[in-house]
Design a protein around this ligand. Sequence first.
Ligand SMILES: *Cc1c(COP(=O)(O)O)cnc(C)c1O
Length: 425
Amino acid sequence: MDNFNIETKCIQSGYKPKNSEPRVLPIYQSTTYKYDSANHLGDLFDLKAPGHMYSRISNPTLECVEAKIADMEGGVGAALTTSGQAANLLAILNITSSGQNFVSLSSIYGGTVNLFAVTLKKLGIEVRFATPDMTESEVDALFDENTRLVFGETIANPALNVLDIEKYAKIAHKHNLPLFVDNTFATPILCRPFEFGADIVIHSTTKYMDGHATVVGGCVVDSGKFDWNNGKFPELTEPDESYHGVVYTKQFGEAAFITKLRVQLIRDFGVAPSAINAFLLNLGLETLHLRMERHCANALEVAKFLENNDKIAWVNYPKLKSSSDYALAEKYLPKGVCGVISFGIKGGREAAVKFMDSLKLAAIVVHVADARTCVLHPASTTHRQLTDEQLKAAGIGPDLIRMSVGIENVNDIINDIKQALDEVR
Ligand SMILES: *Cc1c(COP(=O)(O)O)cnc(C)c1O
């Protein structure tokens, strides 16, 4: 499959039917698998033979979707989880335990900030935040002998900063540590972080990959390129007692990280998605390339319209030449920077609420990144308990509107914005 372009991989990778088998990926709605001998099952439990044991660990429908996403990202393996949150959690826990720490960019998804700064802290794992404007030596100063990895988002949700992947890959590798990149907003259509030195990629498949707002899900992808045999990762290079002493790097080579994540953490935390959800995700993936193209084209037109409108105070979209991340976007995201835009309306909180209430096509929802255009006003919803001053400290202006531009006709989207702006005095 490796020689095909990404558009072809969206459709053809993963499921490979044999003679007279179903053309479309079947939903294997089975918890259980059948064996000809007790010995074979014993070998499965010792990870000596490939195959499925139990759908909490793996399933044939999931396996095909995992193979497709791994191929799209250019990795050696992938594992689906029940949510993006679960994917980030397991990826971190796979090489981090109590008493250790990791470095993360500060401009990341709010849910991930909670996971890192509140919940992981309770487990004894410390996150050390790096701001995007820090120099390399300032970031270096965050590391110590207990630091395990570096984390960032290709396109930050909702700040929309573009990650300088090569910079952070270089810093991580200098410390003999891997770079983890949450590639949710970019998807492998717009950016494949492994090509720039990232080692592990994570997705909330809930967003563009599903694309229709039907299934919450996540995925971890392993590049297979990081050398875990550098003395820092005994969890991968020393025997795992829960599998009769398996050594992941010895038995699974370049797929050591993703194999451990599945057979140890997905097994123990119980976060494998259902076969029907994997099937729905696969349908989304089949049109991902077409949808991303339209999301990007529509969003750029909407961003340009907003930038030229008198009632708009500011617009943040990295493909606008006015964006401070324009050069990074050109380098890492030449085809586009997804459908999400943030902007402010003159008149602050009150004007923003009036604008939102006046929209007819764009709906007010908490979700982003599906086919339908939607908007969110953090100051009056997700962050409504904060004062204007507290909002400012959190980097969210009282006027900030996050618009997720869908794949409708762009003129209809712009006309809707126009008529709503007319309602704002
Ligand atoms: C939504 C999101 C998540 C969390 O994913 P869920 O599927 O909602 O659990 C993580 N990272 C980013 C960048 C997201 O946008």
